[in-house]
Write a protein of this length. Structure first.
Lengths: 314, 314
């Protein structure tokens, strides 16, 4: 059986079985630390419009987003980078500058790494953070609110603008090519939220993850999902539904989290101090309710399947 | 300028410069931990005779050898693995079994990881270990002895036997395809040695690394290098010099270390308890002595340049 016939999730299920690990995720915890490792593969993860500097920035942010989603404070970063031998040194140096500046920005110390030769560019980032009690995907409780840290769909809109060469939407393109991890928000959520995940794989998939891991149901209110109204213009031009952009495309580095009513107020207060906001988009329900979305006054099942590597096409 | 025109070491020099890090190595330390990340690329690192199970074993051992060379006790392991979508699931599962069994063998906990799609197999292993004071390459002092933990050249002999299809040397082939990290020895060396490195990149290169980082010279006695006499037969058949096999080919997972005369005795005593031995092959000299080797009663300069990715061919 080939990986393409099984799809990413079945592959991971079988790996978990053999490796006798509870979860096989981008991130894990040990002692008072969390660690994330996330590979960026040129061909499948990096749009050709992304500059080398932006690739370096992206590599760090992708990992810091994993650390943030565990409610931890990022501290250290390493890389294992593979390049073909006909790569331009200037390109590699620009990636390094992107890595350096992003580490500096977040007060993360670059520790070192490994450089190898391969037939395509594969960059693995490894981030380490502190947390005595890491936030998990599986901690949501019935009655909790479901929230996001910012507006959704901007990165996806940026990709549509890029692919279809629609001018005038630089704000979205920037969100697609230079996503920024919610580092400060993650540290606050670590103290108050009941569960957390980043939504880079799409909002619907992430809601499904929280609900399944927490063994609960969820109701999302489509009209409460915060988004930039200009996304509707992109949707129109590209003949794609707003729903697809907001729920399924992913690419945003916002955090999806759950918290009790009381903790929501604590989070809101602490977010204010860092000029950040939270948006309540739904609530956790009993498991037998299922995972649903209310849209145009109708409550329907939410498709939470998401993108699958090895099988789907990017 | 392309990476192939610069070679691995110049590439790394430039990366160090940008990333403002003291060393850009496979391993680094933070708080009371050491961490190593080491990528295994199918095309350049894995002989086609290596089974999937052996690849998994190799990935863990390569990283545990880095942890051992820092005198640390390995504790945790993660992977970031990339596969083409037409990879057989059974192949991936066998790699996972190799990883699992090797982690179990050394009491290392597998924490999780990341799986992505790429055009070739790239496996990054990440190992974490405990050490309050990690051993460095740069700690050798004038008067220290230079030692190795076992016989040299067996892995290289195994590769020659494989490539030239010479039957009857399974003991060497096993050393090439299933190298075992000197985990227990590393923990002992952490308490007594002044510097340490593994010799997977070749004995001569590793001696050069210790000497250069420690700002000292070195004298190696060729006839004290321990090796299996059958290597001479392989050298004969393949028309390659014994010197090349012992000094330059690499692939052995032995540790090269330095220690004072007194500490040598402590190490020897502790090694005995784990049925291990040490072999004194030279001594640290003043820097202006250079890095030399005594062979056939002549003292000559030792070529410590080693293999360079991006430029040399494997």
């Amino acid at each position: 059986m080939l990986l393409r016939d099984l799809g990413e999730r079945e592959v991971i299920k079988r790996l978990i079985n053999i490796l006798e690990v509870e979860e096989y995720e981008d991130s894990a915890s040990f002692d008072n630390y969390v660690i994330s490792c996330d590979a960026v593969v040129k061909r499948t993860h990096i749009p050709r419009e992304m500059s080398a500097y932006q690739i370096g920035k992206f590599l760090v942010n992708a990992n810091l987003s994993d650390i943030a989603s565990m409610g931890a404070e990022p501290k250290f970063f390493l890389t294992s980078m593979c390049f073909p031998r006909d790569t331009e040194m200037e390109f590699v140096e620009e990636i390094a500058r992107g890595i350096r500046d992003t580490c500096l920005k977040y007060g993360v110390k670059f520790l070192g790494g490994d450089t190898k030769e391969a037939c395509e560019i594969v960059l693995v980032g490894i981030a380490l953070g502190y947390s005595e009690k890491p936030l998990k995907r599986g901690g949501a409780r019935v009655g909790d609110y479901i929230c996001v840290t910012g507006s959704i769909g901007s990165a996806a809109a940026g990709f549509y603008a890029l692919v279809n060469e629609i001018p005038g939407y630089e704000k979205f393109v920037k969100r697609a090519l230079e996503p920024e991890a919610r580092v400060k928000e993650g540290i606050i959520l670590g103290k108050h939220a009941s569960s957390c995940i980043d939504i880079t794989d799409g909002l619907a998939y992430s809601i499904g993850e929280i609900a399944k891991r927490s063994n609960v149901g969820a109701l999302i209110y489509f009209d409460r999902i915060p988004y930039d109204r200009d996304i509707e213009k992109i949707a129109d031009i590209c003949n794609v539904s707003l729903e697809k952009i907001l729920l399924y495309k992913g690419g945003d580095y916002e955090l999806l989290f759950t918290a009790s009513k009381e903790e929501i107020e604590n989070i809101r207060d602490e977010f204010k101090k860092i000029n950040s906001e939270l948006y309540i988009i739904g609530e956790i329900r009993e498991k037998n309710f299922g995972i649903k979305i209310k849209k145009d006054k109708k409550i329907i099942d939410l498709n939470t399947s998401g993108y699958e590597a090895f099988r789907d096409f990017t």
